[in-house]
Design a protein around this ligand. Structure first.
Ligand code: NI
Length: 190
């Protein structure tokens, strides 16, 4: 039970691929608690293990609002098993303090994971909600992918990053997302 230091963009640990968890042991439960403690301390809605320097496939989320109270959620060894649609929205990350930029995400997802007790569950989240986007964002962290890799405008993102004393966009990490682009073009025509 501890508040950990959150690694900032530029730290190579954030770009590493995390390893699967083999057993939801006491050690993993302590990691989950540290993630919650650290996330709440920094007013985040999600936090992934690599952000506190642990390259294991674990993240937590709490996307509650006043009108929509939700349970704090734990995702261990998550897999996004279905994805469709597209949304563009502002996103930030606790590893990029105060820097927000527009990114592309899937609108609807289905995720399979283990919960904090090691029990398997499947969850469907639709409509490009904060939770739908949060799960994609945190899941990416486990593969060393960061939200700026999904930017809609890397020059705009660079401007925001510079304003917050963060390194620029890593051009070789920018993602090619033809299915999302096609979906967004379709939506624009409507
Ligand atoms: Ni993040």
């Amino acid at each position: 039970m501890a508040i950990k230091k959150i690694l900032r963009y530029g730290d190579p640990i954030l770009r590493q691929k995390s390893k699967e968890v083999h057993k939801v042991s006491a050690k993993i439960k302590a990691l989950v608690q540290d993630l919650f403690d650290t996330m709440y301390m920094d007013n985040g809605v999600g936090l992934a293990a690599p952000q506190i320097g642990v390259n294991l496939r674990v993240f937590v989320a709490d996307c509650s609002t006043k009108d929509d109270p939700m349970k704090p959620m734990v995702f261990i060894n998550p897999k996004i098993i279905k994805k469709s649609g597209a949304v563009v929205s502002q996103e930030g990350c606790l590893s990029f303090p105060d820097a927000y930029t527009e990114v592309k995400r899937y609108k609807d997802i289905m995720v399979k994971a283990l919960d904090g007790h090691g029990k398997s569950f499947v969850m469907e989240v639709k409509g490009g909600t904060l939770l739908a986007r949060c799960i994609q964002h945190e899941n990416d962290h486990l593969d060393g992918i960061l939200f700026i890799d999904h930017t809609t405008n890397r020059f705009e993102a660079d401007k925001v990053l510079a304003e917050h004393n963060l390194p620029p966009v890593e051009v070789d990490k920018l993602l090619d997302e033809p299915d999302i682009d096609a979906e967004l073009a379709k939506n624009a025509k409507k």
